[in-house]
Design a protein around this ligand. Structure first.
Ligand code: HEC
Ligand code: HEC
Length: 193
C-alpha cells in the first residue's frame, strides 16, 4: 500500500467512526418517539414544570414501571394520565421506566427547610431513606419531588383513592398540616441528591 492510499483509508475509517458515533441508536430514536407526548407535563428531561405534577427523572425504575402498569390497567387513576399508555407494550413501558430513571435529577438548592416537616419525616425514613432516597428499586424516592404533588398523593392515600397497603395506613395518621409540611420538607431536600 503506498502512503496516499493509507492516508485515504484512514480518513474513511475516521469518517465512518464519526458517523456511527453521531447516529442515535435505534433504541434512542424509539424512546424519543415514545416519550414525546409525556414532555408536555413531565418535562422534556423528566422534570415537571408544574408543582402539582410529578418529576420522573432519577426515579426508581421498578417503581416507575409499577405505576405505568397501574395507570394502564386502571388500578391507579388520574384524568390527565388517562389514555396516555393505552397502546404501549410491556417492553415499551419497561424502556420508558428505564429511560426516565436514568435521567439526571436537577433541582436548585432550597433556601430553607420546613422544620415541622422535618419532624414528621421520621415516620418515613425507614422506607424512603434518610435523604428521601430509597434503596429499594420498587419504592419511590421523595427527595425533590414537587410538594403539590406529594401533598395530593398523601391525601389520595388517606382517602384510599390511591391504593397501597403501606401508604394507606401511614397517610391516615397524618393531619392535613403535617401532609403539607412533610411534602414541603421532601421537596426542599431535593438538591442534596
Ligand atoms: C396531560 C399531562 C400528562 C401527560 C401528557 C402525561 N402525564 Fe404522567 N402524570 C400526569 C399527572 C398529573 C400525574 C400524577 C397523577 C396522580 O396524581 O395520581 C402523572 C403521573 C405519572 C407517573 C407516576 C409518577 C409517580 O411518581 O408515581 C408516571 C410514571 C407517568 N405519569 C408517566 C407518564 C408517561 C410515560 C407519559 C407519556 C407516555 C405521561 N406520563 C404523560 C400528567 C401527565
Ligand atoms: C413501610 C414503608 C413506608 C413508609 C414508612 C412510608 N412509605 Fe411512602 N411509600 C411506600 C411505598 C411502598 C410506596 C409506593 C406505593 C404505591 O405503589 O402506590 C410509597 C409511596 C409514597 C408516595 C408516592 C410517591 C409518588 O411518587 O407518587 C408518597 C408521597 C409517600 N410515599 C410519602 C410518604 C411519607 C410522607 C411518609 C412518612 C410520613 C411515608 N411515605 C412513609 C412505603 C413507605
Amino acid at each position: 500500500m503506498n502512503l496516499n492510499l493509507k492516508k485515504v483509508s484512514l480518513t474513511i475509517l475516521i469518517a465512518v467512526n464519526m458517523l456511527v458515533a453521531a447516529a442515535p441508536s435505534f433504541a434512542d430514536d424509539k424512546i424519543v418517539a415514545l416519550t414525546n407526548s409525556c414532555g408536555a407535563c413531565h418535562g422534556e428531561n423528566g422534570m415537571a414544570t408544574n408543582n402539582d405534577w410529578p418529576s420522573l427523572a432519577g426515579q426508581k425504575p421498578g417503581y416507575l414501571l409499577a405505576q405505568l402498569n397501574a395507570f394502564k390497567s386502571g388500578s391507579r387513576q388520574n384524568i390527565l394520565m388517562e389514555n396516555q399508555l393505552t397502546n404501549l407494550s410491556d417492553k415499551e413501558l419497561t424502556a420508558i421506566a428505564k429511560h426516565y430513571s436514568s435521567l439526571p435529577f436537577v433541582k436548585a438548592e432550597a433556601s430553607a427547610i420546613n422544620k415541622a416537616g422535618e419532624n414528621v419525616r421520621s415516620a418515613c425514613l425507614s422506607c424512603h431513606g434518610k435523604n428521601g432516597k430509597t434503596v429499594n428499586d420498587t419504592w419511590p424516592n421523595l427527595a425533590g419531588q414537587n410538594k403539590g404533588y406529594i401533598f395530593q398523593q398523601l391525601k389520595d392515600y388517606s382517602s384510599k383513592k390511591r391504593e397501597s397497603m403501606l401508604m394507606n395506613v401511614i397517610a391516615n395518621e397524618l393531619n392535613e398540616q403535617q401532609m403539607r409540611d412533610v411534602a414541603e420538607y421532601f421537596e426542599q431536600i431535593g438538591s442534596v441528591q
